[in-house]
Design a protein around this ligand. Sequence first.
Ligand SMILES: [Zn+2]
Ligand SMILES: [Zn+2]
Length: 264
Amino acid sequence: MDLSEDRSEAQARSDRPAAPATVNSGLTVTVLGCSGSYPGPGGAGSGYLLDDGTTKVCVDAGPGTLANLQRHIGFEDLDAIVLSHEHPDHWSDLEGWQVVWRYRLKRRDFPVFAPAGLRARTYDPESPAFTWHTVAGGDTVGVGTMQFTFSRTDHGPVTLAMRVDAGGRSLGYSADTGPAWSMEALGPGLDLVLCEATVPIEEEDTMQHLSARQAGATAKAAGARRLVLTHLWPSLDPGKAQSLGSEGFGAPVEVATVGARYQV
Ligand SMILES: [Zn+2]
Ligand SMILES: [Zn+2]
């Protein structure tokens, strides 16, 4: 949030009473990368910076997300990384994080939450840079002031969708999934959902991914208030995906772009 902008806006409306200061600062999602499976031109793999005003967590760390994070916060401002699954488009920049944390900042024990098996895929599974926490479907864990609840999706390796409750708001993130998993598994009251919409409608049900229409339908079934489509293959037409997603959701949806910021 640009506070200087807020102040000038407040000054311009000085005839109105000032809004009371709130302790509850909500939850913000900044898209660090949203390409499906491989980055498109100038794009990045999956990665989302969550910030509730106290805790900052990076959910997924696909290729290009470490670079983009530096546009928003310093390395040392991040509290933890949470990874959904072991496909490289969701975690390969963890290798860069290992170098930054261990050799540049000379720190250790940075918390990483991930499904079993991902750690063994890294270059140095025993690196002192990280403290690994294994998470599984059905787990609820606290990360700073945020609460994460995981649900195993319909996808190749163990893949964890997640519900994040923080700042009085609730975010749902599908990670990667096929249509045999429903967003309903994340529970009611989701204020904003980031749902994968990887494949064109012609390829619905041919792999463990969703089309934009299916993403809309699962978010609708969960009663989500707002839907942002993400993880589109770079070959897809975002406008068409938006239209199909809106059809499935029954209300207008948005399509994630790198750098976009959402108040959950
Ligand atoms: Zn993926
Ligand atoms: Zn995947």
